[in-house]
Design a protein around this ligand. Structure first.
Ligand SMILES: [Ca+2]
Length: 168
């Protein structure tokens, strides 16, 4: 009796919230996983996160939770692409760049030292207490206290479809 009441109540509830049948409501709960809006450039996909600001560490955690990593900017063309994406938003964004104890800046997401391509703003990096790298809305890089709150960019390799390259 109680089970019947529960099913009827759920059916009514589902109807009120926009589902025409209890079955539709029941099935829909399994396929409503929110997905991140990605933009692609080269062999990477990016998530430009501007919903809330976070520290470098929380930004890293967010990207990892979603199967991504905080962005590493490996070339001028990649920096230009990201600059165009963030300039309209008008704020700076965390990257995975950070500095170790011997003043060597490194992209934490891939372990590569920042050597061949750099795009520091004039006078940067400028403060030993600023150990994380943000990309400014103007496209230049700034060293910043890792605990400051900023928007951030996650990246992931493009996923190839299983049958890519197959001829039909
Ligand atoms: Ca700085």
């Amino acid at each position: 009796m109680f089970l019947r009441f529960l099913i009827v109540a759920c059916a009514i509830c589902a109807n009120v919230s926009g589902y025409s049948t209890f079955y539709e409501w029941f099935v829909s709960t399994t396929d409503e996983v929110p997905s991140l809006k990605l933009v692609k450039f080269g062999n990477k996909s990016y998530y430009i996160h501007s919903d809330f600001k976070a520290s470098y560490y929380k930004a890293t955690q967010f990207c990892n939770y979603h199967g991504m990593r905080l962005v590493s900017v490996m070339s001028n063309s990649e920096n230009d692409f990201l600059h165009k994406e963030i300039t309209e938003i008008g704020f700076s964004f965390w990257t995975s760049g950070t500095v170790d104890g011997v003043d060597q800046w490194t992209w934490m997401s891939n372990g590569r030292q920042i050597l061949s391509y750099k795009n520091w703003n004039i006078g940067e990096p400028n403060n030993w207490d600023e150990k994380c790298l943000e990309i400014l809305a103007i496209g230049k890089w700034n060293s910043l206290d890792c605990y400051k709150s900023r928007y951030f960019i996650c990246e992931a390799p493009n996923i190839e479809t299983k049958n890519s390259g197959c001829k039909i």
